[in-house]
Design a protein around this ligand. Structure first.
Ligand SMILES: [Zn+2]
Length: 313
């Protein structure tokens, strides 16, 4: 239901008004950074379009058989392109078989069919052209709810056939609500918020020179892909072997640099979390926080680096 979607209040109000007046464009694009709730909003709009007993505000009732099937992801008149986290290009055959051919078929339950196309920036030019044909003259009762990140020039032809609605990334209050829905109590949610909006201390330190080159790619690679020996080596080798400060031993210097790198990694993840509000990113930040403690405990640096990979689980 749209009323349950967190954030983007003005856009939700607009959607409801259009739904109620039966004025929702058949081809629309939600534009926003990944994680701002594009998919949740698309699904809620789909449910409202298909609901057999919509509220007087235009929202889905949440109770009719159609709403129940929408919530379970089993509605036969909702076709959703697979959400591909590896961001592979959408093949032209997929568009042809899943969207174009299906769009000309009659609905199975009611009078409408809804097609959800997440991340249409993954369309290649050929897929774009095939999709464009159906958007130019959409069959009666077919809606195409697409989404894309901001600023993509490739899709101009598609954009010109659709109405684009811009989404905001989640504000702090919305973020708190998202955390609580994920099962945190108010205390935990506050803590998570602090982590999400935490300081940028140490961001600029450890950039170059004596402090070595910050191995950004290798650090993120361990977090994303698990234990990759190459990345562990790259990080360990990037640590400076000699202290630039005679009062500090080489080992203590290495620890200090490693700590600065983890600080910086956390800051980067915080930016990511604010933009995308992913629980996974939050877990990464908490994981790195624990590792910083391990550095203080004098655990071997290589083992601390290897443990970064555990955050990927
Ligand atoms: Zn309903």
């Amino acid at each position: 239901m749209l009323s349950n979607v967190i954030g983007n209040e003005p856009l939700k109000t607009l959607m409801l008004r259009m739904l109620k007046r039966n004025r929702l464009p058949q081809s629309l694009i939600f534009e926003g950074t990944p994680g701002c709730g594009r998919r949740t909003l698309s699904r809620a709009v789909a449910a409202a379009l298909l609901c057999s007993d919509p509220s007087n505000k235009g929202d889905a009732c949440g109770l009719c058989p159609s709403c129940v099937q929408c919530a379970a992801g089993t509605h036969p008149d909702v076709v959703e392109l697979p959400h591909d986290t590896e961001r592979r290009l959408i093949k032209v055959e997929t568009i042809r078989e899943m969207i174009v051919e299906e769009a000309y078929r009659s609905p199975l339950l009611g009078e409408r069919r809804v097609f959800l196309l997440p991340a249409i920036d993954r369309l290649n030019p050929q897929s774009c052209n095939v999709l464009l044909k159906i958007l130019e003259e959409p069959p009666v009762g077919a809606w195409f709810l697409m989404s894309k990140p901001p600023g993509n020039m490739v899709l101009n032809t598609i954009i010109s056939r659709s109405q684009v609605f811009r989404m905001q990334s989640l504000m702090q209050a919305d973020l708190r609500q998202v955390f609580m829905r994920q099962g945190m109590d108010i205390g935990e949610a506050e803590q998570a918020l602090q982590i999400a909006h935490g300081s940028h201390r140490g961001v600029r330190s450890g950039e170059t020179g004596d402090a070595g080159q910050y191995p950004r790619q290798a650090l993120h690679n361990l977090l994303e892909n698990g234990l990759v020996l190459q990345s562990v080596n790259a990080i360990v080798e990037a640590l400076p072997s000699k202290s630039s400060d005679e009062a500090v031993t080489d080992a203590a210097w290495q620890r200090m640099i490693a700590r600065q790198w983890l600080d910086r990694l956390q800051s980067e993840l915080r930016v990511e979390l604010r933009e995308s509000c992913q629980e996974r990113t939050l877990r990464h930040i908490q994981h790195i926080q624990r590792l910083k403690g391990d550095i203080t405990l004098n655990l071997p640096l290589r083992s601390v680096v290897e443990h970064i990979a555990l955050g990927s689980q």
